[in-house]
Design a protein around this ligand. Structure first.
Ligand SMILES: Cc1cc2nc3c(=O)[nH]c(=O)nc-3n(C[C@H](O)[C@H](O)[C@H](O)COP(=O)(O)OP(=O)(O)OC[C@H]3O[C@@H](n4cnc5c(N)ncnc54)[C@H](O)[C@@H]3O)c2cc1C
Length: 405
């Protein structure tokens, strides 16, 4: 803008591409050049065309050599006031494989207030080493002290890989750390492996779940990835394992932190059922037809000691709360038994449940894609099949109870 508030085109910078005209959402831009301006622009574009083509950018040799200074696989141990998030142990499971493939150590990073017990638990789940920063400033999670501390540790000890759970907290922390360390971060990975050059292959669904993309962080370290809970299997716990604890002083002081936690108020409106932790899930989709019809799934779930979940179609119809949605934009689950009732089996649903031990699909369409991942498939009307299963279980239970008298 000039001093009169009029827009001015910087002729040194303008390339006449006119993309600004297309980009303006209200069509407010029109460009006309005076003959003198046109002359300058023509000269500038002629100069531009005469320039030899720049060689493709190569990562600086010195920088590549620096990548070799980074060693070890780290897992950030998430917790809420000392109660660990299980995803941290799942990440130690996958991290152990990565560390073996790279011939390096697996370390856990424990930041918190009075959290030494988490270091012992990290050893039980496979960590060789724990970086422990224990101080009152970490009592409640706040982005600033946590991300500054993780950055401090990463800059000091230079890990090649950092894994973080793709939870609300983990996404917040990992994004801040990657930004500050100026490194790559791949969110919501469903697969992690090491390639022949020793780089981390980070695989995740892309384009609405229609393709799987494998992403590499080639030029910077650490390589950072987040993984959703229940995507990776839980490793065996062995309480006899131990390791080295590296204690660090907190590199941040309370008076430096702008955000203060005054009180924690639990959201009582939130659905208290934890779908992701359930062993038996009875999930319903659009085929249920109404919120009331989910009652038949509640009955089956209660007979089996399970919980009711749903597809996104059921959430969008307002039949079920978002917390119960399974899939790419919902929860990832790994139950022992997953009933998919009136669910077609769209890829975005499958990515959230296909690792269930047993999948029982009930659908009246024999060609529904859900049958491709199902262990058992029942082709039929759910309003007949589901009550029949519930009635059968009740009958067997009653017979068993009568037999034991
Ligand atoms: C970016 C993006 C993210 C998404 N994320 C998710 C996600 O996280 N989770 C998710 O679930 N979806 C997600 N979706 C939506 C997904 O693509 C599907 O639209 C959705 O999963 C379909 O839900 P549905 O199977 O319940 O419904 P439909 O595809 O309509 O299937 C209903 C099924 O019910 C069967 N049926 C109907 N009546 C009966 C009956 N009486 N008896 C037996 N069977 C019956 C039908 O044969 C059909 O197979 C996402 C989509 C996009 C684009």
């Amino acid at each position: 803008m000039n001093e009169k508030g009029e827009p001015v085109i910087d002729l040194e910078k303008c390339t006449r591409c006119r993309l600004c005209i297309k980009a303006c959402p209200v069509g407010a831009i029109e460009i006309y050049f005076t003959p003198e301006e046109q002359k300058i622009l023509d000269e500038l574009s002629a100069k531009e065309r005469a320039k030899p083509e720049a060689a493709p950018e190569k990562p600086a040799e010195a920088h590549l050599a620096k990548l070799g200074e980074y060693r070890g696989v780290w897992v950030f141990v998430e917790h809420a006031e000392g109660r660990p998030a299980e995803v941290s142990w799942e990440l130690l499971g996958v991290g152990a494989g990565l560390a073996r493939a790279r011939g390096v150590e697996l370390a856990a990073v424990v930041i918190g207030d009075n959290v030494e017990h988490l270091a012992r638990e990290a050893f039980a789940y496979g960590a060789h080493k724990v970086y422990l920063v224990d101080a009152p400033v970490y009592h409640y999670y706040r982005t600033e002290p946590y991300y500054r501390t993780l950055c401090y540790l990463a800059e000091k000890y230079k890990p090649e890989i950092i894994l973080v759970g793709a939870t609300g907290l983990g996404r917040d922390l990992a994004g801040a750390v990657a930004t500050r360390l100026e490194t790559g971060l791949t969110a919501d990975c469903t697969g992690l492996a090491i390639d022949e050059r020793g780089f981390l292959l980070q695989t995740r669904p892309a384009f609405g779940g229609n393709i799987m993309a494998t992403i590499l962080t080639e030029r910077t370290r650490p390589q950072m990835a987040t993984v959703r809970p229940h995507v990776m299997p839980m490793p065996e716990k062995d309480a006899s394992r131990s390791g080295i604890i590296i204690r660090e002083e907190a590199p941040v002081r309370e008076e430096e932190i702008a955000v203060k936690v005054l009180e924690i108020i639990p959201d009582t409106r939130l659905d208290t059922v934890d779908v992701a932790a359930a062993d038996i899930i009875v999930a319903g989709g659009r085929g249920l037809g109404s919120a009331e019809n989910f009652r038949i799934l509640e009955e089956l779930a209660s007979e089996l000691g399970g919980v009711v979940a749903c597809s996104r179609a059921a959430v969008e119809a307002g039949w079920m709360p978002l917390e119960r949605q399974v899939g790419q934009t919902g929860k990832t689950v790994r139950p022992k038994i997953y009933f998919a009732v009136g669910i077609s089996g769209a890829i975005q649903h499958l990515v959230g449940m296909q690792d269930a031990e047993t999948i029982i699909a009930i659908n009246r369409d024999p060609h529904a894609p859900i049958f491709e991942v199902a262990t058992y498939g029942i082709v039929g009307d759910l309003f007949e099949v589901v009550p029949a299963i519930t009635a059968y279980i009740r009958k067997r239970r009653a017979e068993k109870a009568a037999g034991s008298k």
